[in-house]
Design a protein around this ligand. Structure first.
Ligand SMILES: Nc1nc2c(ncn2[C@@H]2O[C@H](COP(=O)(O)OP(=O)(O)OP(=O)(O)O)[C@@H](O)[C@H]2O)c(=O)[nH]1
Ligand SMILES: [Mg+2]
Length: 450
């Protein structure tokens, strides 16, 4: 494990001008360093923890700002170290100068996520909880927020820890047998029981793996490509969905040349809609490139809205969805359908959604998307992070080998090896066992100052 002892500092509020900015300092010299600049009624090192002090930041007679400082004493702080948070006025100049003065006084500029990394190393939180902090900061919708909060509370972590503990017990029994290798007849670990435990755990892991598709879509936003022939009203639909004139609309075929992306929150879930160039045969080189991009956007999307025009041809663009993709047939320009209820009903295709984008009459579609949002974000325990997913896959593969070994009555030694692979993969998720590379990749995703 890494040794941490220097004192780090960073601006924790977003870059730019604001009413107030917070500069944070953490480490064994946090009070000492801050005291060289802070002039208040008493020294920060003399203050009671969890109290505030008002004072000035001064250096060599130069007054920089009036500030409020909060003091947290180790180990009862976010990082587990002595922490000082200086709330100054949100001028870029003040923030940068304060930071420079702190560095001159012996602090070091923090790396991205370094405060949280220290919290993890001090045992304040496990790795999944640390990742949840980054997810919470990035959350843009209520579903993303709920996912982050649930991970912060340790929902998935508890599941994984439970699986790991059960396996650990068996592994130690197997290893005990190895200590008595001279007595081949000795079997502490009941093979039938182990087999049924392996199956039980595998089932649980497979269930968790299955939640990843939707969990990850919720975390990053559900991508929805709007695909169809030219002039069916794709750009009009995008505009209706986002509630503003985002894309150019015209009655000229081939108006949209490039993909246009816009995010909208529906049913508490972030959707990323992509308007695309209409599909048609064309000799125009630029338009051809645009159409290729349309298909690419559709291939990458979780959901494809295949748009057709109620008034014109019902022909939809020629697109073969991947197995895991959801395709919704949307018929636009429903306002042009014959108004008489009878023929309307006759013309309606059962599985299609009818909208009139031009008149913002898209309730059928938004209701369908709301249902998807509710369904995809429903499970209490979901895997949303690719790192967790990859590690769970490794655990699952190792368990397959354990199962094979048991059914082929391989020696306890070989089975124990695969069990260890599985245990290591599970421990990597929660961060019980971890490498510097894993930590670096987890914390580099954070912003500086957290
Ligand atoms: N009557 C009616 N017209 C519509 C509706 N939606 C779009 N239109 C019209 O259809 C024409 C084409 O609309 P666009 O949104 O530009 O169509 P598009 O599919 O983006 O076309 P390309 O970008 O060329 O592929 C415009 O004249 C729109 O006003 C609708 O619901 N009802
Ligand atoms: Mg268009």
């Amino acid at each position: 494990m890494k040794q941490v002892n220097d004192t780090i500092c960073a601006v924790s509020t977003p870059p730019g001008v604001g009413g107030i900015a917070v500069v944070r300092l953490s480490g064994s010299d946090a009070f000492l360093i801050a005291d060289t600049l802070f002039k208040g009624r008493r020294q920060l090192s003399q203050m009671q923890p969890y109290t505030l002090a008002f004072g000035k930041v001064e250096r060599a007679g130069e007054m920089l700002d009036e500030v409020v400082v909060s003091v947290f004493r180790a180990p009862h702080s976010y990082t587990g170290e002595d922490v000082v948070e200086i709330s100054c006025h949100g001028s870029q100049y003040v923030q940068q100068t304060l930071l420079r003065w702190l560095i001159d006084a012996g602090a070091r500029l923090a790396k991205a996520g370094e405060f949280t990394e220290r919290a993890f190393l001090a045992g304040k939180m496990n790795l999944m909880q640390a990742e949840a902090v980054a997810d919470l900061i990035a959350a843009q919708s209520s579903a993303e927020h709920r996912l982050a909060v649930s991970q912060m509370r340790g929902g998935v972590e508890a599941e994984i820890r439970k699986l790991r503990e059960q396996l650990l017990e068996f592994t130690s029994l197997l290893e005990l047998e190895l200590d008595f290798a001279d007595h081949e007849e000795l079997e502490f670990a009941d093979r039938t029981q182990l087999l049924s435990l392996v199956d039980k755990i595998q089932l649980k892991i497979v269930q968790l793996l299955k939640t990843f598709k939707h969990g990850n879509a919720i975390k990053n936003g559900i991508s929805v490509a709007i695909l169809g022939r030219t002039n069916v009203g794709k750009s009009t639909l995008l505009n209706a969905l986002v509630g503003e004139e985002r894309a150019i609309v015209s009655d000229i075929n081939g108006t949209t040349r490039d993909t246009i992306e816009q995010e909208v929150t529906i049913g508490g879930v972030r959707f990323r809609f992509v308007d695309t160039a209409g599909i048609r045969d064309t000799a125009d080189t630029i338009e051809k490139i645009g159409i290729e991009r349309s298909f690419e956007a559709a291939r990458k999307a979780h959901i494809v809205l295949l748009l057709s025009d109620a008034a014109g041809s019902t022909e939809v663009a020629d697109f073969n969805p991947a197995e895991e993709q959801m395709v919704i047939h949307v018929v636009n320009k429903a306002d042009l359908l014959d108004a008489s209820a009878e023929s309307h009903a006759a013309k309606r295709s059962a599985d299609a959604v009818y909208v009139s984008a031009k008149h913002s009459d898209i309730a059928e579609l938004t209701e369908r998307l709301e249902r998807i949002a509710a369904e995809w974000s429903a499970p209490d325990v979901m895997i949303a992070n690719i790192r967790h997913y990859e590690a769970l896959k490794v655990a699952s593969e190792a368990l397959c080998r354990v199962r094979e070994g048991l059914t082929q009555q391989l020696s306890g030694e070989l089975v124990a090896l695969d069990l260890h692979d599985c245990l290591a993969a599970l421990a990597e998720i929660t961060g019980e066992v971890t490498s510097d590379e894993v930590l670096a990749s987890v914390f580099s995703r954070f912003c500086i100052g957290k």
